[in-house]
Design a protein around this ligand. Structure first.
Ligand SMILES: NC(=O)C1=CN([C@@H]2O[C@H](COP(=O)(O)OP(=O)(O)OC[C@H]3O[C@@H](n4cnc5c(N)ncnc54)[C@H](O)[C@@H]3O)[C@@H](O)[C@H]2O)C=CC1
Ligand SMILES: Nc1nc(=O)c2c([nH]1)NC[C@@H]1CN(c3ccc(C(=O)N[C@@H](CCC(=O)O)C(=O)O)cc3)CN21
Length: 314
């Protein structure tokens, strides 16, 4: 008589993505010559939800190719990431990629978040390690984004995964070569496209892209553009990104920093010019950190829309 071996399956059950969500970000990137996407961040408190919702929906009304919602970055809280993402997708019908960070998370929390992404109909997640909190790391389930990528692959097969990369090198990496080697591991773990940290010097980006391709990293790379609309934002951005600020940008901040209106317009012009140059040099995918400012997103978009339309054959 044969016996059936009673095996205990210790693997958690796999989460399947709902049928109805169909536009993965990688498919959007592959479907057009050039794309424009906008990033927003979630509110910090429940009281701030209506204003954040309105900002996100006003930005979505511009009809970018897709949007991303950060995971509690820059003072926001991850509690509202799914809520804001659902509004954008459900109300405006714009595809969304929620971010997910892992450094302050347990495996259980990651799984719960992935479940809520799946229930919200999201087919793409931006997998990040996340900023190290000032008060230290509360959990040690994850060390690097590549470990999160591996877990998403395991728990959510079929989920499209994006990752971050650093044209100026990540501030914790000993040098750019090591950073690119680590990036290769992350891509090999299952990242289908990359999105860069903000940069203000396109030459830095072109050089970086050349190095990625030479290392065999062939996935699409979204160029991350931050319109600097105030001197304070530049300070915060440099602190969080470690990116270099070209002398000509410093001169603009020095000249107009004290005039909110002048510096805002200068930031819009600088970002629009950066994007125009990137598109002219064959960069296909532009990702703008809108800082939840619909007027800034709209101004940048209207400057570059004719170029995008032309390159897309419209
Ligand atoms: N919260 C958000 O929405 C966003 C956050 N970020 C920030 O970007 C930063 C890093 O996140 P990720 O790029 O996802 O992290 P990552 O884990 O890919 O890389 C972080 C650092 O660890 C190094 N590293 C990676 N794998 C390694 C390995 N196997 N061995 C040794 N070193 C390794 C990298 O070179 C890099 O210096 C964080 O500060 C994150 O918060 C960036 C964009 C958005
Ligand atoms: N290291 C790092 N962490 C991030 O979270 C991050 C990046 N880099 N680079 C790409 C985008 C840019 N992000 C940003 C950039 C700036 C702020 C920021 O200045 N936040 C303000 C609050 C803004 C407001 O409430 O209006 C802050 O005080 O932190 C937030 C997110 C999120 N992303």
């Amino acid at each position: 008589m044969s016996t059936v071996k009673n095996t205990v399956n210790r693997q958690p059950p796999v989460l399947y993505i709902k049928e109805f969500c169909r536009m993965k970000i990688i498919d959007i990137l592959n479907s057009k010559n050039v794309t424009l996407s906008f990033e927003v961040f979630p509110p910090k408190t429940a009281a701030a939800v209506p204003a954040a919702e309105k900002a996100a929906l006003d930005i979505a009304a511009l009809r970018p190719d897709f949007m991303s919602v950060t995971y509690g970055a820059g003072g926001g809280t991850s509690d509202f990431t799914v809520h804001i993402a659902e509004k954008i997708k459900g109300v405006a019908g714009v595809e969304v990629m929620p971010h997910l960070t892992c450094i302050s998370s347990t495996k259980e929390k990651v799984r719960t978040m992935l479940e809520s992404f799946r229930n919200g109909g999201f087919e793409t997640v931006m997998a990040l390690r996340g900023d190290i909190p000032a008060e230290g790391i509360p959990h040690r389930d994850y060390g690097y984004a590549s470990e999160l990528v591996a877990d998403i692959r395991k728990y959510c097969p079929g989920m499209c995964i994006g990752g971050a990369c650093y044209p100026d090198g990540h501030y914790e990496a000993p040098n750019k070569d090591a950073d690119i080697e680590n990036l290769k591991k992350k891509v090999d773990a299952g990242v289908e496209f990359l999105s860069t940290q903000m940069f203000f010097d396109n030459a830095v980006f072109y050089n970086y892209l050349y190095r990625l391709r030479a290392e065999g990293i062939t996935v699409p790379v979204l160029a991350g553009i931050m319109p600097i609309t105030g001197a304070k934002l530049l300070g915060r951005s440099v602190t969080m990104s470690g990116t270099t600020v070209p002398a000509r940008y410093k001169a603009i901040i020095d000249a107009y920093g004290d005039s909110p209106e002048a510096i805002k317009q200068a930031g819009i012009i600088y970002a629009s010019e950066q994007i125009t140059d990137l598109l002219a040099n064959g960069v296909k995918n532009i990702h703008v950190f809108t800082m939840n400012k619909p007027d800034v997103a709209e101004a940048v978009y209207s400057n570059i829309k004719p170029a995008l339309d032309y390159l897309n054959g419209n």
